[in-house]
Structures are given as structure tokens and as C-alpha cells.
Design a protein. Structure first.
Length: 247
């Protein structure tokens, strides 16, 4: 297949589980600095699609190109190294470590690699931790034990841990689940900030939030794409109303 300018180009992607096609010949193209939201009914294949892109699940067929590199046969950790970050619904922060330490251990060439040689590198790490902490709204909480943060702050910290690796594609599964109205608002602002330097894919069910953040919306149904485009167009599409929004 040809080279593209897209950050991510998914073509003819298929995965079968015991003959059931959870993703069925799907095409998806994500631009640089684009914030794409994927919506669709339960079981549409949204999470499976992200699993295929990050390497948690192996494709049965088709192609996933990230910056024109074929990912389908690559291990999960190689995809992380190439610049793909994925946040799952349950936060996996270290509750006993401070905000600073959680971010520090997520630095890709962290202490373990440089060991005692790390002194000069430490300044760079510290600066990066501070920049990311400011980005996620935790700049004043660097010394706070992560376990003491609010639910929303824990979610932002995990996003920060991914940002430490400077991913070019960040994927988030229902990032505002369980958040207060204020936390949702701050998360929308955070996502708008972080997609300025990278592509972001978000799975979301809250349509108000989708309208607030999406550059473009992709609607999935039965492992395929049902509709795609700007939110107002997708929302007015009778097929989308029929299978998803009307319920
Ligand atoms: N490892 C697996 N083995 C068998 N079937 C699977 C597996 N993973 C997903 N499926 C099936 O694939 C379909 C798509 O599931 P998926 O979780 O991707 O949907 P979803 O759109 O994310 O739904 P939700 O909104 O409920 O999270 C479902 O029918 C699910 O049961």
C-alpha cells in the first residue's frame, strides 16, 4: 500500500474471534494534530480497534500504518517506542509515589537506564516533569502522594505519565468516566491542549463532551464504520440516529 501523510492509516483491518468479526475490513485515517472521537453502541468494536492499534490484540488481516511504518506484526512495546500511547479506563498510577515520582518513572530513558550517570540527565527530567505537571493541572501538587489525589486528578496524572514519553498518537478510552462536571471541563481543555502536538483518539459515550472536543467523529457499528465527519453532520445522520443516538 502507498505512503500517506496521515499519522495513522488503518486499511482493511479485520479481527475475528472464533469466526466472529469484531472488526470487519475497517479503514480509518487520522491526521497529525487531529482529535478524533469514536462513538458507537456497546459491542461496536471501539475498544477492540484501539487494542489492535496498540498491539494488545493481533489483527487477523489488513494494515495499520503509523507514520508509514507497518505495525501489525510489531510487539506492543515496540509500538510504544515508536510513539503510541494508550490509556485504559482504570488508572495504573503508583498510589504510594508522589506526583513527581510517578511522572519521573515514566520518563522513557529514566533512572534505571542511566543509573549513577543520571545527574546531568536529571535536570532534563525535572524540567520535563514540571512541564507535564503544569500541562495536566498538577503543577502545584508535585509532592502530593498520588493515592491522595481526586479521581479526576488520578486520570490526569496517568495522561501525564503517557505524555512523559512524548507520544505522537495518544489513545484514551472514556477519559471522563466518573468525573465531576468541573473535572470534565478541565479534561476537555487538557485534551484540546495536548492535541496541538500530537494526534489523539478518544472513545466516548457522553455526546456533550464529544461535541466539545471532537475535530471529527467516527461512528462504529458491528465492526465497521457507519458514519464519519463533523459532529453536527454525524448527529443528523439518520443511520446514526437509528443505531445509536436514538436509543
Ligand atoms: N478477546 C475477545 N474474544 C472474543 N470476543 C471479543 C474479544 N474482545 C472483544 N470481543 C467481542 O468483540 C465485540 C466488540 O467489543 P468491543 O469491546 O470492542 O466493543 P466496544 O464498542 O468497545 O463496546 P463498549 O462500548 O461496550 O465498550 C463484542 O461483541 C465483544 O464481545
Amino acid at each position: 500500500m502507498s505512503n500517506t501523510d496521515f499519522t495513522l492509516a488503518v486499511e482493511d483491518l479485520t479481527v475475528s474471534f472464533d469466526g466472529f468479526k469484531a472488526i470487519d475490513a475497517l479503514n480509518l485515517y487520522i491526521d497529525r494534530n487531529e482529535l478524533r472521537v469514536i462513538i458507537g453502541p456497546n459491542g461496536a468494536g471501539k475498544t477492540t480497534l484501539l487494542d489492535l492499534i496498540c498491539g494488545k490484540t493481533r489483527a487477523t488481516g489488513g494494515s495499520i500504518k503509523f507514520k508509514n511504518e507497518e505495525l501489525t506484526r510489531m510487539a506492543e512495546h515496540q509500538r510504544v517506542r515508536l510513539g503510541i500511547g494508550r490509556k485504559f479506563q482504570t488508572p495504573s498510577i503508583y498510589e504510594n509515589l508522589s506526583v513527581f515520582q510517578n511522572l519521573e518513572v515514566s520518563y522513557p530513558e529514566g533512572r534505571s537506564v542511566f543509573g549513577a550517570l543520571a545527574f546531568r540527565c536529571t535536570e532534563a527530567v525535572r524540567e520535563r516533569v514540571q512541564a507535564v505537571a503544569a500541562d495536566i493541572g498538577l503543577g502545584e501538587r508535585l509532592d502530593t502522594e498520588a493515592g491522595l489525589l481526586s479521581h479526576g486528578q488520578k486520570q490526569w496524572l496517568e495522561i501525564g505519565m503517557l505524555l512523559m514519553q512524548e507520544p505522537e498518537l495518544l489513545m484514551l478510552d472514556e477519559p471522563i468516566a466518573g468525573m465531576s462536571a468541573r473535572e470534565r471541563e478541565l479534561t476537555a481543555e487538557l485534551l484540546q491542549r495536548i492535541c496541538r502536538n500530537r494526534s489523539v483518539i478518544v472513545i466516548e459515550h457522553d455526546m456533550e463532551f464529544v461535541a466539545r472536543i471532537a475535530h471529527k467523529v467516527t461512528v462504529m457499528h458491528q465492526g465497521k464504520i457507519l458514519a464519519e465527519g463533523p459532529m453536527d453532520k454525524v448527529q443528523a445522520d439518520p443511520k446514526v440516529i437509528d443505531v445509536y443516538l436514538g436509543h
